[in-house]
Write a protein that binds this ligand. Sequence first.
Ligand SMILES: [Mg+2]
Length: 262
Amino acid sequence: MFGAIIGDTCGSKYEWRNTHDPAVPLGDQGCQATDDTVMTLATLEALTGNRDYATSYRRFWRLSPDIGFGPRFARWASQDGAPANDSCGNGSAMRAAPIGWLIDDFDAALREADTATLVSHQHPDAVAGARAVVAGIILLRQGMAPAAVARRLTLVTGYEFAIDPQEVRRRPFDATCAGSVPQAVWAALTADGFEAALRLAISLGGDSDTIACVTGALAEARFGLPRSLAATCLAIARATLPRELHPTLELAYDLSRSRLID
Ligand SMILES: [Mg+2]
């Protein structure tokens, strides 16, 4: 699941300064872990610590509120017991990866993705975004071929993954699930390696850290994680995140350790 954190870290520099460079550097100076990493860790904590999702999301938001969260999520997170709103934002997808790694049964994992989403995001599109991430990870780690994964994900989410990258690059910034998850999945299914997938995702522009986060989550299941880039991003995330989040960060890294490749 550390692939999501690598993607967030590498894409962070380009969220507000998009690039279309197909050879964009990964994990260089100026990269940091953002809300995508914090919420991925919160999902991991909820799954492994028997906390409910809302409690973990609020607890982790409070520990690092100034790391890129949108105002709507911050409003929800700042009020204990506040009901979910009708957000279709990609926050539901950015945080979903641990579910696809820690739950093996496909249907059970989809139900868990829905549960994690609905504490804060009630919009059907937010559910679809989280399902795309969780289902994609499970199908890829089962060894399903990318074209078959795309067909299955269309059935599960309603999204189409026949992306025209040139058309996507002309779009305005869009932080909805529908405006960021399909191209992120496409990049993971189209590229020929983990780093190539992240570069392709970032080169599409838009909400680059979250697009790369979702791409990284799926690309890990397809290719494994380059050891050197993982170590770089772990160091960046340690330097970015408050100490209270470090044990969960180390756990996320440890849970991906068997997929590190040289
Ligand atoms: Mg972010």
